[in-house]
Ligand binder design. Structure first.
Ligand SMILES: *[C@@H]1O[C@H](CO)[C@@H](O)[C@H](O)[C@H]1NC(C)=O
Ligand SMILES: *[C@@H]1O[C@H](CO)[C@@H](O)[C@H](O)[C@H]1NC(C)=O
Ligand SMILES: *[C@@H]1O[C@H](CO)[C@@H](O)[C@H](O)[C@H]1NC(C)=O
Ligand SMILES: *[C@@H]1O[C@H](CO)[C@@H](O)[C@H](O)[C@H]1NC(C)=O
Ligand SMILES: *[C@@H]1O[C@H](CO)[C@@H](O)[C@H](O)[C@H]1NC(C)=O
Ligand SMILES: *[C@@H]1O[C@H](CO)[C@@H](O)[C@H](O)[C@H]1NC(C)=O
Length: 660
């Protein structure tokens, strides 16, 4: 029922808490209450899992930000706002856990305060706390939630200190702003993922300032986005004149939800703010041209990232394809020299003086190529060490991979034809033992060269993108619906593969997709990125793809992912933990953390995915980037629409500084 607008003006007055024993009601969020709660066995399993996590948090960390499930201790990762409670509110509601919902809501009504002397991330606080409060308000109609949201929003507004772009961190009490990395500034995702929440807050309160701040950021970035073919670098200094500080372009960390919110800002305006739809289409076009490739050998579709913006931005706009993954120039390395110290029993005993000479000249061989490996056989010394060089011509990545495979499979005769081996005279033979050592050493060096080419990193975070593509198709935003749905299906399959084809069925934080014909695996976990935080993006996309296609394979993939989480991340003592290294051959190690998005997103999307009928209608609801359903702006927005537009344009007249 659209009743929220009746009290808009009242929210500036602190409301008395007179409805604590409220019965389940619905606010204006258009949830189909008949479909709330589990409808089948898979959904019941998700509810049980959710409660296993929720009850552990409740028992040990009630009111704190996050549970550390192994030690059953807590952290205040987000400044102590009780983030886990607020992040879980609408999930509790949708999963049919109404008693738990009201218990959590009571905590918010009595104990939540944003008047804290802590520095918080504007972005995290908007998506988790503001989004959580607004979605819960939409579901329950409890007005005090909106009061809290408004007060929090007002404190966050102080992050706009100078110009249209917010600073990254703001102290909720005194308004001081700061940055985690001052030389880098704020990220694209941080400054471009507040607009849906702020616009809704303005619509609900009649106070246009939230909407104005969000819109100013977009009015600055939108034209740059269009000019550069739909892709923007990830880090910027907000101080005017705004400038980029890191030119990496990615749909993964620090870029991701900027692109997501281009579509969602159009959707929350009930598909009326056409500029956002245009910007969304420009971005999708740029991503399709510059980022999409197919892996080898199985032709899975992936999105890559690039290190420099300039390298792509001009080409994306031109008519030719910038990135034709079937015509990669095989960039050549400048050549390689390796020098070895031997303690080869067969030859070393003959080599006392020569060893010295070889040792001193090896330095220049190295310096000449600028690239080298250094080996030292570790056999116990039998006499003085000998030295040898192995020189290779410049190698393409493909050749490096071929040579690597020859060496690692000890096919020395073939491998030695591809390199020049210089041994101090009069010795021309290497013992089998030394050959094996060289195989391992150079093979390992070439592995880096081989793997650093024709491999393309993709964060699990990027897996939000196919879901957004499908949502764009479902809602009429897609410029080329058939092609975009096809791409969404292919990318979603790849994201599912990141889970299903990993040894334990758990996806690493990022993977490297292979393009080289020599390698037999389509992807591997990025070394140093092998942990799994039980992130939601893949199952989020599974849900959108299921809605867009009705294909039950998406439910089955989601079920397999859920089984892996149950098998490896569930702790008997309570809660779920992140996994340290999903590629480990021995027993998996747990990380002492349970991210709040497990409850706001991963389990929610799994629950929604397994439902045959959906409680949320995507014509009336937009899920924010933290999985919080926000109502599409309806009648009340139309009333204050003119007011908000006036505020934005008067700000433009005064100049950006005048608006702060
Ligand atoms: C609020 O916090 C106090 C302790 O500070 C606690 O005793 C009380 O139970 C909390 N209220 C709710 C509703 O959780
Ligand atoms: C992958 O695509 C290439 C060319 O695009 C084709 O030659 C090859 O057969 C495909 N492989 C599979 C497994 O579909
Ligand atoms: C690959 O690129 C080169 C240079 O850009 C071009 O001459 C060649 O025709 C391309 N080959 C294919 C198969 O597209
Ligand atoms: C070492 O020198 C002896 C003779 O001085 C020779 O017979 C032997 O073959 C040499 N060893 C190797 C590995 O060349
Ligand atoms: C949403 O609206 C579109 C038309 O804009 C309609 O085709 C579709 O069925 C609607 N979806 C739902 C769930 O009502
Ligand atoms: C959004 O617009 C459509 C079509 O103009 C209209 O039917 C619908 O009621 C609007 N949604 C809301 C929530 O007002």
């Amino acid at each position: 029922m659209p009743c929220g607008h009746l009290v808009l003006r009242a929210v500036h007055v602190a409301l008395l808490l007179h409805e604590l024993q409220a019965k389940p009601t619905t606010g204006f969020a258009n949830v189909n209450v008949e479909i709330v709660g589990p409808q089948n066995e898979r959904q019941e399993s998700v509810v049980k899992a959710f409660l296993h996590a929720w009850n552990a948090y409740k028992a040990s960390c009630w009111g704190e930000d996050q549970l550390r499930p192994i030690s059953q201790t807590c952290n205040q990762e987000f400044g102590g706002l009780g983030v886990q409670i607020i992040d879980a509110l609408d999930s509790l509601w949708l999963l049919g856990l109404h008693e738990d919902y009201y218990e959590a809501e009571r905590w918010v009504l009595w104990n939540f305060s944003s008047d804290l002397d802590v520095s918080v991330s504007v972005f995290e606080t908007v998506i988790r706390v503001l989004g959580g409060l607004l979605s819960a308000y939409g579901l329950s109609g409890q007005e005090q939630l909106l009061v809290h949201a408004t007060q929090l929003g007002q404190r966050l507004l102080r992050a706009w200190r100078e110009g249209p772009v917010p600073h990254e961190l703001v102290n909720l009490k005194n308004g001081q702003t700061s940055f985690k990395e001052p030389e880098l500034g704020s990220s694209l995702a941080e400054v471009g993922t507040i607009q849906s929440e702020f616009t809704l807050l303005s619509a609900l309160t009649g106070d246009a300032s939230f909407h104005v701040r969000g819109t100013q950021v977009m009015d600055l970035l939108g034209p740059i986005l269009v000019e550069h073919g739909g892709l923007l670098p990830i880090m910027l200094k907000p101080q005017p004149p705004m400038h980029w500080t890191n030119e990496r372009v990615t749909l993964g960390g620090r870029g991701d939800s900027f692109y997501e919110y281009l579509l969602k800002q159009w959707l929350i305006s009930n598909r009326t703010e056409e500029k956002y739809k245009n910007w969304y289409q420009v971005s999708v076009n740029g991503i399709r041209r510059a980022f999409v490739g197919q892996s080898r050998p199985s032709n899975f579709t992936f999105v890559r990232e690039v290190r420099t913006w300039e390298s792509i931005s001009q080409l994306v706009q031109s008519d030719r394809w910038l990135w034709d993954p079937d015509n990669l120039t095989t960039e050549e390395s400048p050549g390689l020299a390796f020098f070895f110290q031997f303690h080869d029993a067969q030859i070393a005993s003959n080599l006392s003086e020569l060893g010295q000479e070889a040792s001193s000249s090896s330095g220049s061989a190295d310096a000449a190529t600028g690239l080298s490996g250094q080996g030292s056989a570790s056999e116990p010394s039998h006499g003085s060490p000998a030295w040898a060089y192995i020189l290779m011509p410049s190698l393409s990545a493909n050749t490096a991979c071929v040579l690597m495979e020859l060496l690692l499979s000890h096919r020395w005769a073939e491998a030695s034809k591809m390199m020049t081996i210089v041994l101090p005279p009069p010795y021309h033979q290497l013992s089998a033992n030394s050959q094996h050592r060289i195989d391992a050493m150079i093979g390992g060096q070439l592995q880096d060269l081989c793997w650093s080419r024709e491999e393309f990193k993709m964060d699990h975070l990027s897996c939000f993108f196919p879901g957004v593509l499908a949502l764009g198709v479902l809602t009429g935003a897609a410029a080329q619906p058939a092609e975009e749905l096809r791409l969404a299906q292919d990318l979603t399959e790849s994201c599912a593969r990141m889970w299903l084809d990993s040894p334990r069925g758990l996806a690493p934080e990022s993977v490297l997709w292979n393009r080289a014909p020599q390698r037999s695996r389509d992807f591997r976990a990025t070394p140093k990125d092998t942990h799994c935080s039980l992130r939601p993006e893949a199952v989020e996309s599974l849900w959108y793809l299921y809605l867009a296609t009705g294909d039950r394979k998406y439910q089955d993939w989601g079920w397999a992912i859920f089984q892996a989480i149950e098998a490896f991340a569930r702790l008997d003592s309570g809660g779920y933990s992140s996994i340290e290294d999903v590629t480990a051959e021995t027993e998996l190690l747990h990380r002492d953390e349970m991210q709040t998005f497990l409850l706001s997103e991963t389990f929610k999307y799994l629950f929604l995915l397994f439902g045959d009928r959906q409680p949320l209608d995507l014509n009336k609801t937009v899920l924010n980037t933290e999985g919080h359903p926000l109502p599409v702006l309806g009648a009340w927005q139309q009333r204050i629409r003119g007011q908000m537009a006036d505020a934005v344009s008067s700000c433009k007249r005064v100049g950006t500084r005048g608006c702060i």
